[in-house]
Every structure is written in C-alpha cells, then in structure tokens.
Design a protein around this ligand. Structure first.
Ligand code: SAM
Length: 162
C-alpha cells in the first residue's frame, strides 16, 4: 500500500471493499484518507454489517476504490469496482502480474485498459490475515498494482516500483 501511495494520489474518500482485518485500510487512514471499509465477512475491522461487493454497492459513492481482492474473483471485482465509481475516479487493485494474461481478461482490457500498472520488481510476500509466520517468504509470485481511471481509453503505462 505504501508503495502505491508514494506514486498515486487518490480521492479524499476511498472504499476498501474487501478490507479483511484492515491492513490496507489502516495504511490509507494513516495517509489521511477517509476510508469506508467493508467485507463479506466481518473480520473485526470496518463496517460490522457484511457487504458482498459482487452483489451490493454504495449509493452515490463519489470516491475511489482500492483493495486486494480474492484472486479467484479478481476480474469480477475490477468490473464491479469500475461500475461502482464515477467517470474519472480511480480503481486500484493489488493483483498477481499474471492478471495481464487470459482471453476473457484480454477482451476486458480492450474496453477497460488500466491507466498504470506498477510492477513490483522485488518479490513481495503476502500472508493471509497478516500472518507472515505461516507463509513462505520466497514465493515465485510477482505482484503489481493495477490502476484504472474510469473512462481512460489510452495505452496502459508500465512503471516499476520496489
Ligand atoms: C486477500 S483478502 C484482503 C484483505 C484485506 N484487504 C487486507 O488488507 O488485509 C480478501 C478479502 O476479501 C473478502 N471477500 C471475499 N469475497 C468477497 C466479496 N464478494 N465481497 C466482499 N469481500 C469479499 C474476504 O472475506 C477477505 O477478507
């Protein structure tokens, strides 16, 4: 989250729509953003009312959406996020770099190119519920922050971070 915030400015209000225990939300708040934190399962952070992001949205939401969605539903999360923000607003998703591949996603990308893809040059460790003791530290997974600006139709820019 810190790596992305060093590169991108977001709307004053950000929706973390799969907030889990709030690891991303807390960093956003520390950077001065007002964060709406929701999850399909209340995990002790944010709105205690569960919200299934793939089925529900927030009325008249004016801000940006930032999350690291469950990879299995990554495309659905990006689509729903773009449907949930106003034109010109941003959607930032922390995803495996291989999200760039795939026929269904290619069709989606042609209509909805990300504006910037921030590739992590160094390997980042991810751990469910922040439990880094329980997860290997030397995985071969490359992660990237994908940033859409709703309505952007140009070629995506690739930047390298970390
Ligand atoms: C990879 S974790 C993200 C954790 C969190 N962003 C953090 O900073 O620690 C994925 C989260 O997505 C939530 N989730 C899965 N499906 C969802 C859905 N349809 N709507 C909202 N949240 C969902 C899970 O409950 C889980 O907390």
């Amino acid at each position: 989250m810190e790596l992305l915030l060093a590169e991108e400015q977001f709307a004053p209000v950000v929706w973390e729509c799969a907030c889990g225990e709030g690891h991303l939300s807390k960093v956003l708040e520390a950077h001065g953003y007002e964060v709406i934190s929701t999850d399909i399962i209340y995990r002790g952070y944010g709105d205690s009312e569960p919200l299934d992001f793939l089925k529900e949205t927030l009325e008249d939401f004016e801000g940006d959406i930032i999350t690291n969605p469950p990879y299995k539903f990554a495309l659905e999360f990006v689509q729903q996020a773009l449907n949930s923000v106003k034109p010109g607003r941003k959607v930032a998703m922390f995803l495996k770099l291989q999200f760039l591949e795939g026929k269904a996603r290619r069709k989606f990308f042609e209509e909805n190119p990300p504006k910037v893809v921030y590739v992590s040059s160094s390997r980042l460790n991810c751990a469910m519920n922040g439990d880094f003791e329980a997860y290997p530290t030397n995985t071969a997974i490359c992660y990237a922050w994908f940033v859409w600006e709703k309505g952007y139709k140009g070629d995506p820019i690739i930047k390298w971070i970390n």
